[in-house]
Design a protein around this ligand. Structure first.
Ligand code: GTP
Ligand code: MG
Length: 370
């Protein structure tokens, strides 16, 4: 708070208001219980009462909630987080769909991905892989520009009948900028006009050289529709993940990143959060973007309730006060007052930022501009 009354100050120190008035008189300041005093005066009074204070600036408040630092000894293997990218209609959702052996494509309105789906699959030999489906590159760009690193590996889907397209090139740039290794999935090889060698040829122009051309680029030719070679795609992902030796500390309070969020009738603000460190539990209090909440329920991709979510698990979090935005952070804190405090500081800062930009635009636009 910028200013508080003598009475409030007394309350905070758990002393009588009258005693504070008296103490201030001794200091040469005449004040009544309801009078507002500034921070400097308050500091003097607090010291007079033998309390130590630390001025908490808004930056301090936010800095105080970085996730706990992990030491190597606490790190344990975690599943890889794989983002599936590629040009429109090249088959991203179909690939995921085939891997999950479910029916997402058919359920989507018009067959176009409206959101980022996030799912964890378990391979035949029990390895878990987390997949993120992207609707386009806007969300990914906004996440990356805000420093959220969510993906370990990029699977780049390129349709064999269409070859390298503008969004294929964009995805290559995103992956390279994020430092994420790429696995090329040449899809739709079942099509009569499929030409996988043209795809490989076209990729050369973007410095992607596949093995048979003397390079090191991992490439798998698949048909998501017919289920061809999906096992080797999974194998390639697992191999790549093993090389990366991915680890996190599951034995602490959780932190992560919001993958998507929306307001749902009857459920309130719901966010899909990728847990990146620690273990998230029902009942945990968290700050996320400029909002906060208490985990009321954790729901997995099958709609099943979970008690806890470990590193690399995407999970729906219920219990948000307000909907956050894709790319927002998620950090468990130890108390509701702390969560409120940090969320308020962030909301205020966001409002100021918005005001300084002329006060136009949606929250979403503003966030992606940060
Ligand atoms: P957006 O999310 O809209 O960018 O598309 P997407 O990349 O997720 O593509 P999606 O999986 O929706 O597939 C687009 C179309 O290609 C659909 O009609 C699929 O049935 C078809 N398709 C996907 N994979 C294959 C394949 O391996 N072979 C053939 N023949 N068709 C495929
Ligand atoms: Mg899709």
């Amino acid at each position: 708070p910028e200013a508080l009354t003598v009475g409030e100050l007394a309350n905070r120190m758990a002393v009588r208001g009258g005693d504070v008035v008296k103490a201030m008189m001794k200091m040469g300041v005449m004040a009544t219980i309801n009078q507002t005093i500034d921070a400097d005066t308050a500091e003097l009074v607090i010291e007079e009462f033998g309390h130590r204070i630390k001025r908490v600036s808004e930056t301090d408040v936010e800095d105080a909630i970085v996730p706990p630092q992990d030491v190597d000894a606490d790190l344990k293997p975690r599943p890889a987080v794989v983002t599936v990218m590629g040009h429109v209609d090249h088959g991203k959702t179909s690939v995921l769909d085939a891997l999950r052996k479910t029916e997402v494509v058919r359920g989507e309105a018009g067959g176009i991905t409206q959101h980022i789906g996030a799912y964890q699959v378990t391979t035949d030999n029990g390895q878990k892989i987390t997949f993120l489906d992207t609707p386009g590159h806007a969300a990914f760009t906004s996440m990356r520009s805000r420093g959220a690193k969510v993906t370990d590996i990029v699977v780049l889907v390129v349709a064999a009948d269409d070859s390298v397209m503008p969004q294929t090139v964009e995805a290559i740039h995103h992956a390279q900028a994020a430092g994420a290794p790429i696995i090329i999935a040449v899809n739709k090889i079942d099509k009569p006009d499929a030409d996988p060698s043209r795809v490989k040829q076209d990729l050369l122009q973007h410095n992607i050289v596949v093995e048979e051309m003397g390079g090191e680029q991992l490439v798998v030719e698949i048909s998501a529709l017919k289920g061809t070679n999906l096992d080797s795609l999974v194998e390639t992902i697992v191999l790549q993940a093993e090389l990366m030796d991915l680890k996190a500390n599951p034995d602490r309070t959780a932190n992560g990143t919001v993958i998507e969020a929306q307001l749902e009738q009857g459920r309130g603000a719901v966010a899909t959060v990728l847990v990146q460190g620690g273990t998230l539990k029902v009942g945990d209090i968290f700050v996320s973007g400029a909002t906060w909440g208490r985990v009321r329920a954790l729901v997995d991709e099958h709609g099943a309730r979970l008690d806890a979510a470990e590193p690399s698990r995407p999970v729906e979090v219920l219990g948000y006060q307000d909907a956050p935005s894709a790319g927002d952070d998620f950090i468990v804190v130890d108390s509701e007052s702390r969560a409120r405090e940090v969320a308020e500081v962030r909301a205020r800062r966001m409002k100021n930022h918005l005001a300084s930009q002329g006060g136009r635009g949606t929250l979403e636009q503003m966030l992606s501009a940060i």
